[in-house]
Design a protein around this ligand. Structure first.
Ligand SMILES: Cc1ncc(COP(=O)(O)O)c(C=O)c1O
Length: 374
């Protein structure tokens, strides 16, 4: 039997394909998952959350949690916040609610590969906009030239997966103004907002009534498997999103909702947790940058956020190269081209791993590049 045509050509992503080659001996620098371990306070909060009732919540999530999330934001928790099963489901709900077949969606290249896939599933056309090395900044004027009457959504991701780049405030303001002038939506994916190095990244929150902000607990709190995200947008944008979310998920896991509320209520603990997270990633970033310079001979601009280094490799077919590394050198990294054509010639190295793994993994890549691994 034939599956629905909307899924034609949509298979296992390159990231999943490479991760599927992992063995117990592999060093995994391929996964976008933080290596964070909950402390005793965090575990105690999870035990308390498990004691709470397990029934459905309101579709948009517990009002008490929405109130907590909306504190210090311009959004009304009753009508402008929706708690979702992770940012992935949140983005899918936005596409279901706002994007028609034939609409155009502007996506970053290189960028998180789900954006293009989700646009394709709803029959939209993806229009990549270029992010260019070495600093991977957005050329705002070039982006505006890509807007047409059919443009429905501009996706903006900062800090970026796979680049670790942060978009500066003037560029974000220019994009917000563009959305107003051309009457399109901006989806601002700030899932890596809490993972930064020298300065907190600017947010698009409140920059325009056309901005939908997406965030969640996966990266900041290592809660990837607990599936908890949220969206904030003005009420009339949010209404159809909540309808889509209702049929996709009914509601986010009530366990994860309660846990998230406990976390944000424990303000002092949460502040110290986030500080420790940033300290840990700072050490891991330094180790990755040093190893990339030493073993790959590349000096890259330090990522300003997230936990990815996007490093150039000498000209080769990077898909075959990374698959061979996975099977023959037991190290997993992702070919840059998995994130768009501008990623050709680069690999994404996730430094969400312990210092030993970072050193060993990158050294193995270097040895392979030097020919010693062959
Ligand atoms: C840029 C970006 N957005 C969204 C997601 C999805 O996150 P979640 O676990 O909340 O679904 C990821 C996960 O890797 C990501 O890198």
């Amino acid at each position: 039997m034939r599956s629905a045509s909307r899924l034609d050509g949509i298979g296992l992503s390159l990231i999943r394909q490479i991760n599927a080659l992992a063995t117990p001996l592999s060093v995994n620098l391929g996964i976008g998952e933080p290596n964070l371990r909950p402390d005793e306070t965090f575990r105690a909060m999870a035990r308390r959350a498990a004691e709470a009732p397990w029934q459905y919540s309101a579709n948009a999530g517990f009002l008490s949690l929405r109130k907590k999330l909306a504190e210090k934001t311009p959004f009304d928790p009753a009508a402008e916040v929706c708690v979702t099963a992770g940012v992935q489901e949140a983005l899918f709900a936005i596409f279901q609610a706002w994007v028609d077949p034939g609409d155009e969606v502007l996506i970053p290249d290189p960028g998180f590969l789900s954006y293009a896939t989700m646009a394709k599933i709803v029959g939209a056309k993806t229009i990549p906009y270029d992010l260019e090395p070495p600093s991977w900044t957005i050329d705002v004027a070039a982006l505006e030239k890509k807007i047409t009457k059919k443009t429905k959504v501009i996706i903006v991701n900062s800090p970026s997966n796979p680049l670790g780049a942060v978009i500066d405030e003037p560029a974000l303001r220019a994009i917000a103004a563009m959305a107003d002038a051309h009457e399109c939506l901006v989806v601002f994916d700030e899932i890596y907002r809490e993972i930064w190095y020298d300065a907190p990244p600017p947010s698009m929150m409140g920059m325009s009534p056309n901005v939908i902000v997406a965030n969640g607990m996966s990266k900041s709190h290592g809660m990837t498997g607990l599936r908890l995200g949220w969206l904030m947008a003005r009420a009339d944008l949010m209404k159809p999103i909540i309808s889509a979310h209702q049929y996709l998920a009914t509601c986010a896991s009530v366990f994860s909702q309660t846990l998230t509320e406990l976390i944000f209520t424990a303000e002092d603990w949460n502040a110290s947790w986030l500080m420790r997270v940033r300290e840990q990633f700072t050490r891991q970033r330094e180790a990755a940058l040093a190893a990339i310079e030493r073993d790959l001979g590349a000096r890259i601009e330090p990522p300003a956020g997230a936990f990815y280094a996007f490093a150039p490799v000498p000209s080769c077919d990077t898909v075959t190269f990374t698959k061979t590394l996975a099977t023959d050198a037991a190290v997993l990294i992702i070919p840059g081209v998995a994130f768009g054509k501008n990623g050709e010639g680069f690999v994404r190295i996730s430094f969400a791993a312990n210092l030993d793994q970072i050193g060993t993994g990158i050294e193995r890549v270097g040895r392979w590049l030097a020919g010693a691994g062959r």
